[in-house]
Ligand binder design. Sequence first.
Ligand SMILES: Cc1ncc(COP(=O)(O)O)c(C=O)c1O
Length: 411
Amino acid sequence: MVESWSLESKILIKYCFVNISNHSNFTEFVYTSSMSEPKITQINVPPGFIDLGMGNPDFDLLPMELLHQSAEAYFTTSDPRYLQYGVEQGDGYFCRALANFLTTAYGTRVDPDLLFVTAGASSALDLLCTLYTLPGDMIFVEEPSYFLALRIFEDHGLRVVPIPMDDEGLQFDALEEKLAEFRPKFVYIIPAFQNPSGRTLSQARREKLVERAQRYNFLVVADEAYQFLHYTQTPPGSFASFAGDVEQVISVNSFSKILAPGLRLGWIQAHSTVIKRLAGSGLLESGGGMNPYISALVRGLIESGELVKNIANLRMEYARRLNVMNAALRQHLPTAVYTLPQGGFFFWVHLPGVDATELRRKAQGFKVDLRQGALFSSQMGMQDYVRLSFCFYGPEAIEEGIKRLRDCLGK
Ligand SMILES: Cc1ncc(COP(=O)(O)O)c(C=O)c1O
């Protein structure tokens, strides 16, 4: 019976929230529940809407069964230590398992002593800001950049200098110009399949960036949340490969996109001096290492090979959805300009002459949503860009969403 339900009613049953308001200086739309039902997720999609802007994984791809098995296995061990305050750097057995996984994935040996467990990439960025910056300090970011990282930097009172990008990532001439003027505390980059642009920083620019970081003594904070989600082209090696030798390079990663965001689990790979500083922070001394219980469950999935299988499944499914979105865009929005993403979650679509903030407002009437480019700009640029995700919905909803966007643009 469920099979015969319409797409709309399935979406309606899955996400039932209403009302639209506007908040924060990032002008993100927020829908609030009118049914006074307690909320569980951050997802706020009104009934019947298709939110193509959504950067979350699809509910149907979250590994319920795997975590069930792993939790069951954990509780049969009767080992209470993972319910105790954990060692500050993160559980040593988990770090060993993670190092083995990364050694295979990167093709170079990863030392477990250079890993630090976090509660996800966001928590890593927040902790790095706490330890390495003071309010008023300057940092460089890509233009565009992940808008919620910009929110974290705002919380820390940092001054953000945007560096434009091209198809090879951060534009090096522009970076050099800014370096002649300023000394940033760090440069924040998303080097593989960037959110939102989908671009990947070339190997040559990675090497030059690391050289400049050493020369001018600033940190490179590489947020590598999409490193493992490649579909048609593998990205250059992770910034982690520099981290053992170069004090200035910090690789941040997360299980949010390769397992589940609700786990709140990620890691930093960095030089031993950085790892010591992180583990010695007040937050870690007081609260102990992050998420010992969840890391025990994820260790089970790494050791059993299920993490690798899960990533392979996600890559296959997301590649399929990427093709569906590409075909739908070509058919229904032929004026859209974009570079086909090779990995990650997003299409970064240029709609010349269209005010994307206005388009988003109008799209509400067509029950479709997107993220306007200006959200990802630290200087309110990118006005005629939109970010569309191909990962939250299956093929049918992706196609329907693009048709609605076509109808909206046509009116
Ligand atoms: C580039 C980037 N960094 C960080 C995050 C958030 O990661 P986490 O869930 O690990 O905090 C996201 C999520 O969309 C992201 O795209």
